[in-house]
Design a protein around this ligand. Structure first.
Ligand code: ADP
Ligand code: ZN
Length: 727
């Protein structure tokens, strides 16, 4: 053992304290990385031995470690990753370690169950039923079947199995309940690849043949077969007996993906996301650590699993904003995937039709390898894209579908094809106004207007989730029946569609209209099979679903993302529009994408229509470079939140005054200013923004800087490195 009895060790204990804690090693010693139980105050917590203790504490007060749990120790690669991720995001290490221990009963001894193996003797008398049991056992090999499972698989009663045990033809043995995952077979024949796809797959295979870290940007238009191609990289990784991880942005997507994996490799991969059971979580954590799960498909938190030998991480739809964790530990799963791979000596594949500017620039600079799939697979072609100039449509105030759009929808209805009308606004109407006094109904806890959800007959705050019944009288002037909706949400658009196309089957796809991800997924499958003529959807539909009958995508308000001061507004709008348009014409028939806009000459709209993506990226990159903005400079956001507005401002001002540690590295600080949404859940929010050169040691300077102040109780200080959103 590395640490002998009596020595001091530092332990990372996810809990209230931000630093490592020293404990004394008990009899038997302990290894670095071991998962241990430790006493903390009156409680017993789970922690990880991180290294030799720091000492310097009162020796008499140092307590002894509890027992070493039966979990596999965290390997050096994972520990290094957690150390580096903590340092990068300025997260206390114990909070980072928590992400790696998020499975219940990690240290509990594995539950046992009885399974059956072939015994030493033959049965005295062979019956047909007994023969089937033995044949089933031979067929399933090491699959560790229980009494019930074995009897069912053989089609006999449990009595037959017990009879064989009594005769010594079967042995009953105790085996761990956590079973290994079925092996995936990389050598089953995959789909026949097109020449472009085959060349891309070959390059990825070659990259995997070289052990060691590297990242490839796989950029291909929607429907070009990126998934088929990266599954070949997974196959190569499995052939090399290393483990692969595929990250997906959306749970609703995984069912289709799991089926594709099964088709390709003959078995399902392990799944890791918020929807799996606690038992499954525990099983997966252990099996991944033992190398008994070859492929894991998961949400961003799967990055923190204790892989035994990780050889490949695929980040699908790498531009997706949901890869940025905006709660608790703030990290970007795309960047952390690259970091983990660098520690593990693994390959990263970032797949997207519309990569984020960071990845594009890294490829441009030669840091990432880049593979392009410029054409759709087979007969499918990219949709035609056209703008509709809404200045010429002269729509009445309560209508949003112009005549050009309506005519195209009518043509699709006639031909039995599907149309998708896209509007990135949940609910019925974004604003409710009183026609008597002009009051707009707002949230009591946030600086946000409440959104009417007519389906639920309630007003909802999209910031904090607060809801209340739709009032009958104005809360401000008390006049009845004068409250009116202003502007469209998907529900209201649904009404317009129903009124204009009474014969059409209309489906509204918005996350809040479904009780569960499962219900939403079922609906999506029905629609893909043709159960609706007109689909109305929020950004949910932009995420990779396949609708073969869809030939028209109508963007109701293409200008929606163009306003606002967000650094990434242009990039986001560009990605979203290209993704949504990518839903059209994935089957045999060509698609059309129509963008309703009041600014047809806006550079982003023109870039979307023009199809010269590289020109868009280059122009966007130039602007960011000139402004010293990411990816050519670095940003960090500081958010101070408190029920007491003055306290938050005072601390913000103290930080702004004490900016010497930042000036030393040439960084600038802006603010304090009210955050764009200045109040959320009753807490006032003040933000500062720090801007530095790309090469400046930003984290160390930030740590020195915020270390100068001591936030009062009830004031939260959050540091967001590489902020994505600015609220
Ligand atoms: P992307 O991930 O780039 O959007 P997919 O890999 O999902 O593209 O492919 C789009 C569709 O085309 C899928 O239904 C897929 O099964 C099909 N496809 C792609 N390549 C092939 C191929 N070589 N042979 C058969 N079908 C393919
Ligand atoms: Zn609110």
């Amino acid at each position: 053992m590395e640490h002998a009895e009596g020595a001091l060790v530092a332990v990372a204990v996810p809990g209230p304290l931000d630093r490592l804690l020293d404990y004394r090693v008990p009899e038997g010693g302990v290894a670095t990385g071991a998962v241990v139980e430790v006493p903390l105050g009156p409680r017993r917590m789970t922690g990880v031995v991180w290294g030799p203790g720091a000492g310097g504490f009162d020796a008499a007060k140092i307590r002894s470690l509890g027992r070493v749990l039966e979990a596999p120790p965290l390997r050096e690669e994972l520990r290094q990753f957690l150390d580096r991720a903590a340092a990068y995001t300025l997260t206390p290490l114990p909070a980072m370690v928590r992400l790696a221990l998020r499975a219940p009963g990690i240290g509990a001894p594995p539950a046992l169950r009885k399974i059956y193996r072939r015994g030493a003797r033959d049965p005295d008398r062979m019956t047909e039923a007994r023969g089937r049991v033995l044949a089933t056992l031979a067929e399933y090999g090491g699959a560790a079947l229980t009494l019930g499972e074995l009897a069912a698989a053989a089609g006999v009663s449990t009595g037959v199995v017990k009879g064989l045990v009594a005769q010594g033809a079967l042995d009953e043995v105790e085996a761990p309940r956590d079973l290994p995952y079925p092996a995936l077979d990389p050598d089953r024949p995959g789909k026949a690849l097109s020449p472009d796809q085959a060349a891309a797959a070959e390059r990825l295979r070659a990259a995997l043949a070289v052990d060691g870290y590297g990242t490839t940007l796989l950029k291909g238009v929607t429907g070009s077969g990126k998934t088929e191609v990266y599954l070949e990289a997974v196959a190569e990784c499995l052939r090399r007996s290393r483990q692969a991880l595929v990250l997906l942005p959306e749970i609703a997507l995984t069912a289709e993906f799991l089926a594709r994996v099964e088709q390709r490799f003959g078995a399902r991969p392990a799944e890791w996301h918020s929807g799996i059971t606690q038992t499954e979580r525990r099983r997966l954590w252990h099996m991944v650590a033992e190398g008994a799960a070859g492929l894991v498909v998961g949400a961003r938190s799967a990055l923190f699993l204790p892989f035994r030998d990780l050889g490949l991480i695929v980040v699908d739809e790498e531009h997706d904003a949901s890869y940025k964790q905006e709660d608790g530990v703030l990290y970007n799963a795309r960047d952390m995937a690259v970091l983990r791979a660098a520690m593990a000596g693994a390959r990263v594949v970032l797949a997207s039709a519309t990569p984020c500017l960071e990845s594009w620039a890294n490829a441009e600079a030669g840091k990432y390898d880049r593979i392009d799939l410029p054409a759709r697979f087979g007969a499918a072609e990219m949709p035609q894209m056209r703008a509709v100039d809404m200045r010429e449509e002269r729509l009445p105030a309560d209508r949003w579908i112009g005549t050009v759009m309506a005519a195209e929808v009518a043509v699709r209805l006639e031909r039995g094809e599907q149309s998708l009308l896209f509007l990135n606004r949940r609910g019925y109407a974004p604003v409710t106004i009183c026609r008597a006094c002009g009051h707009q109904i707002g949230c009591e806890h946030c600086d946000a207007r409440m959104v009417e959800h007519r389906f639920q007959k309630r007003l909802v705050c999209h910031q904090c989730g607060e809801t209340k019944p739709m009032p009958e009288v104005c809360p401000s002037c008390g006049v009845a029946d004068r409250l009116a909706p202003v502007g469209p949400g998907v529900e209201r658009l649904g009404e317009e569609v129903a009124a204009r196309f009474p014969e059409a089957r209309v489906a509204v796809l918005s996350s809040d209209l479904f009780a569960s991800a499962r219900a939403l997924k079922a609906k999506v499958e029905e629609i893909a099979a043709g159960a609706a003529d007109i689909v109305i959807g929020t950004q949910l539909v932009a995420k990779g679903h396949n609708f073969p009958l869809l030939t028209l995508v109508g963007v109701i308000d293409a200008d929606l993302g163009l306003q606002g001061s967000d650094l990434r507004a242009a990039e986001r709008t560009f990605q979203l529009m290209r993704q949504v348009a990518g839903r059209a014409g994935r089957g045999e028939r060509p698609g059309l994408a129509l963008l309703q806009t009041y600014q047809p000459d806006h550079p982003v709209i023109r870039a979307i229509l023009g199809g010269d993506e590289e020109a868009f990226w280059r122009a966007e990159a130039e602007e960011r470079r000139a402004a010293g903005m990411p990816p050519y400079g670095r940003l960090a956001g500081i958010i101070l939140s408190s029920p007491d507005m003055k306290a938050a401002y005072d601390l913000g001002q103290a930080l702004a005054r004490g900016d010497a540690p930042l000036r030393r590295i040439g960084a600038q600080v802006f603010g304090p200013a009210p955050a764009p949404i200045a109040r959320v859940r009753g807490r006032h929010r003040v933000r500062l923004l720090v801007k530095a050169d790309k090469a400046a040691p930003l984290q160390a300077a930030l740590a020195d800087w915020v270390g100068q102040v001591k936030p009062p109780a009830n004031l939260r200080l959050t540091i967001d490195i590489d902020p994505q959103s600015f609220f």
